[in-house]
Structure formats: C-alpha cells, structure tokens
Design a protein around this ligand. Sequence first.
Ligand code: FMN
Length: 178
Amino acid sequence: MSDLSDSARNHASMTGASDASAFREAMSRVGGAVHIVSTDGPGGKAGFTATSFTAVSDAPPTVLVCLNSQSRAGIVLERNGAFCVNTLAAGPDSAALADVFAGRAGLKGPDRFTVGTWTEGALGQPLLGGALVSFACELQSEAVVATHRVLFGIVRAVVIAPPGPALIYRGRGYRTLP
Ligand SMILES: Cc1cc2nc3c(=O)[nH]c(=O)nc-3n(C[C@H](O)[C@H](O)[C@H](O)COP(=O)(O)O)c2cc1C
C-alpha cells in the first residue's frame, strides 16, 4: 500500500472494500455471462444458476465454478463427480430459466429440470437445448474458500451452437449482449 497516494488510500478506505454489502455493490457493476450448472449420476440430479464460471487453463482444458457451501447441489455434484456448464443465450425464456435454477420459482432439486429442454449429454450430464455452449466436465478437485466451494473441472466435451446473443447479469438484472 506504500505506493498509494493519500487520496487513493482515502478513496480505497471510503469504499469500505472489506464490507460485504459494499463488495456486492461493487460486483453489481461487473457484468457476467449466465450459466446453468447441471449434474446427474449416483448422487441424483441437481442444478444451479451461476455467473462465477471461469476458464483456468487450456492444457488440459480446465474450468472453475464457485458454489455456496450451503447448497445441497454441492453434495450431489461431489457424489456424481461430473457436471455440465450450460451458457445461456439471450431471451425471456432464458431469464426465466435462470430464475428457476436460482431457486426463485420455488422449484428444488430435480424438479428444476421440468423447465427447459434437457437431454443426456457427454459423461451422462444434463445438456440444455438452446444453450450457446455446453462444457461437460469431470470434477477434478475442489477447495473451500470462505462461504463457497470452488469446483475445478476438466472439460471432457463441448457442444458449440452457432454464435448468438448472450444473457448477461449486470446491475442486479438480466441484459442482452448482442
Ligand atoms: C444471475 C445469478 C447468478 C448466480 N451465480 C451464482 C454463483 O456463481 N454461485 C453460487 O453459489 N450461486 C449463484 N447464484 C445463486 C444460486 O443460483 C442459488 O443460490 C441456487 O440455485 C440455490 O440452489 P439450492 O436451492 O440448491 O441451494 C446466482 C444467482 C443468480 C440469479
């Protein structure tokens, strides 16, 4: 911090960066693609909406997604040892689907899959029809960080649809990225 000017230091402390509500407000300025992470196997079927999906490496193709440790989907996903990240195309149906898998429609566990068109994809994982892209992943490892599990996956297969507008979450609402 010694290289910060007084004004930069004051500004940094004024933002209250260590406060959870200030952090949430800050993150609301950051737009992100919206994904449905799905899983199926011996542990059962589960899915959740996530923006925390990130590429880690291309050798081997590795991704991560963060999941609140309170979510039962984490236990299911761990037992299944595999998951699929389905990136949503823009559109009202996609926003409604994202709300379903965020628990905002009152549906839990496998019941969430009654909305949307789902088939069985690579590694036996639920594949969302109309997704921009889907990544079928084998769970490689996980780390618990603060309130969340960071799930690392090796990408074993991808389904790539023709390019099209994406659903983005920014400013606490859904937007379209053309
Ligand atoms: C746009 C959006 C993005 C989200 N991103 C994440 C995320 O990256 N990680 C996470 O744990 N929860 C995220 N959530 C919340 C989860 O989707 C929600 O808590 C989860 O579906 C609850 O599932 P459960 O009932 O199985 O616990 C997000 C919600 C929305 C609406």
